[in-house]
Design a binder for this molecule. Structure first.
Ligand code: SF4
Length: 395
C-alpha cells in the first residue's frame, strides 16, 4: 500500500536525513487519507526521538497577557474581541500589565506572551512606551508580544512599514513575536474565516521580517474550518519554505510549530456553520493526533513540535508526546482569546505539567522562550520513579 511505502521512506529519512526522501505534499495528503493513526504515531515518534534523544519533554513557565480586547478585524471564529466603542472594551494600563508580570516573577516564570486585538486607538508611542516600561521594571522576563496582524495594525495607524515597526519594538525591548493569527495560510480558507486579516503572504512576510531581525518566532496552525487535507498540507508547506529561507539567510527561524483545532463552543461561526456547512467543523482527538504526527514528519526543518493541552486536554496532550511532540507548552496563568470560544480551564500549574509529562514516560525540563534548557526542580519527586525509558522504536 502506498502509505506503507511513504512511512518506510520516512523511517529511512529519520536514519539518514537524505533530502531525496523528504515528505512531499502529495505524500502527506496520502498519509492523511489512508495511514492508520498508530503507524503515523510510530513514525513521528521515531523522528522525535532521533531529533531529541534525551527523553525529556520541555515546558515553559509563563503568563499570557491580553492587553486589549478592542479589535477591528472581526475574525469569524473569535469570541474575545469587542469592536471599538463597545461597552465591554478594555485596554490595560502599563501598571496593570506590570502587576500581572510581578505575579509571574513570584513563581519564577521567564516569559510573557502578550497579545491583544488590533486597536486603532493605540499609537506607536504607546507600544514603545509599554515595552520600555516593562524592560526597565522586569529585566529578567522575555517579552514575546504582538502577532503579525497587530504589527500590521500598528503599521497602518502609524503609516510605517511593518519592518520599521518591528525595528522600533525590538529596540524598545521586544524579545519575540508569537505565532498567533496564522490559522490556515490558504487563501480560500482565510477569506472565509478572517477576511480582514488579508492574504497569507502578510503573515509570512511579517514573520520573515521578524526573523531577519533575530526576533524569536513560532508558527501556529488552527485546523477544523472545513478545509480539506490538501489545505492543511499547503499551510505546512508555506511554513517549511519560509523556515528554509530564514535559516539560510538569517541563521534563525521558527523555534516550534503548534497546532490545535478551532474552538467553537460559544462563537457564532460554529453555530452559524453547523447547520449549513457540509464539512464537519473542529477536530477530535484522533484527527488532532494525526495532524500532529504528520506535522512532525513534514516540518523536518523545525526542531520543536508542541502539544496543545489547553485545547485538547492533558490526557490527549500526553498522547501527543508519543505522536511527535517534544514540548508540553506552557503554564499560561491567564488566557482569554481561545478560552472565550469555549475551552474551560486555560491554566496549569508547573506541578500539573510535570506530573503529566512524567506519567507519559518522560522527564520534565523547564525551558525559556528560546528553548534553552533551564535548571528544573522536580515538584513531584514521588512520581520520579514512574519515569519509564523512552519507548524503543524498531527502525
Ligand atoms: S482573533 Fe485576533 S485579530 Fe481576529 S478578531 Fe480576535 S482579536 Fe481580532
Amino acid at each position: 500500500m502506498k502509505w506503507q511505502r511513504i512511512l518506510k521512506e520516512q523511517l529511512k529519512w529519520t536514519r539518514s536525513c537524505s533530502d531525496d526522501l523528504r515528505l512531499s505534499s502529495s505524500d502527506a495528503v496520502e498519509l492523511y487519507n489512508n495511514a492508520p493513526l498508530h503507524a503515523l504515531m510510530r513514525a513521528a515518534h521515531a523522528r522525535r526521538l532521533a531529533m531529541h534523544p534525551h527523553g525529556e519533554v520541555t515546558y515553559l513557565v509563563d503568563r499570557n497577557i491580553n492587553y486589549t480586547n478592542v479589535c477591528t478585524i472581526n475574525c469569524q471564529f473569535c469570541s474575545f474581541y469587542r469592536a471599538p466603542g463597545h461597552e465591554e472594551n478594555y485596554t490595560q494600563t502599563y501598571e496593570e500589565i506590570s502587576e500581572r508580570i510581578r505575579e509571574l516573577e513570584a513563581i519564577g516564570g521567564s516569559r510573557i506572551l502578550m497579545q491583544g486585538g488590533v486597536n486603532p486607538a493605540l499609537s506607536m508611542d504607546w507600544y514603545v512606551g509599554l515595552l520600555q516600561h516593562l524592560r526597565k521594571n522586569h529585566p529578567t522576563i522575555d517579552i514575546d508580544c504582538f502577532s503579525p496582524i497587530e504589527i500590521q495594525g500598528m503599521a497602518a495607524v502609524c503609516e510605517m512599514s511593518t519592518l520599521e515597526v518591528l525595528q522600533q519594538l525590538k529596540k524598545a525591548g521586544m524579545h519575540g513575536l508569537p505565532g498567533g493569527g496564522a490559522e490556515m495560510l490558504v487563501d480560500d480558507v482565510r477569506k472565509n474565516v478572517s477576511p480582514k486579516k488579508g492574504a497569507p503572504a502578510n503573515w509570512l512576510r511579517v514573520m520573515g521580517e521578524a526573523q531577519s531581525l533575530g526576533l524569536t518566532t513560532s508558527a501556529t496552525n488552527v485546523i477544523g474550518f472545513g478545509e480539506d487535507f490538501a489545505a492543511r498540507v499547503e499551510h505546512m508547506r508555506k511554513i517549511r519554505n519560509l523556515q528554509a529561507h530564514s535559516l539560510k539567510h538569517y541563521g534563525t527561524g521558527f523555534t516550534s510549530f503548534i497546532a490545535w483545532p478551532v474552538q467553537l463552543e460559544t462563537n457564532t461561526f460554529g453555530r452559524r456553520n453547523r447547520g449549513q456547512n457540509k464539512h464537519v467543523l473542529g477536530a477530535g482527538s484522533s484527527e488532532y493526533l494525526r495532524h500532529l504526527a504528520i506535522s512532525r514528519l513534514f516540518l523536518d526543518n523545525i526542531e520543536h513540535i508542541q502539544a496543545s493541552w489547553p485545547t485538547m486536554g492533558i490526557a490527549v496532550a500526553q498522547m501527543a508526546l508519543l505522536a511527535g511532540a517534544d514540548d508540553a507548552g506552557s503554564t499560561m496563568m491567564e488566557e482569554n482569546v481561545v478560552s472565550a470560544s469555549g475551552t474551560t480551564k486555560l491554566d496549569a500549574t508547573e506541578t500539573e505539567l510535570q506530573s503529566s509529562i512524567i506519567r507519559a514516560g518522560f522527564k520534565p525540563r523547564r525551558r525559556n522562550s528560546d528553548y534553552d534548557r533551564l535548571d528544573t526542580t522536580l515538584l513531584v519527586p514521588e512520581l520520579d520513579e514512574l519515569v519509564a525509558p523512552p519507548p524503543v522504536i524498531m527502525l
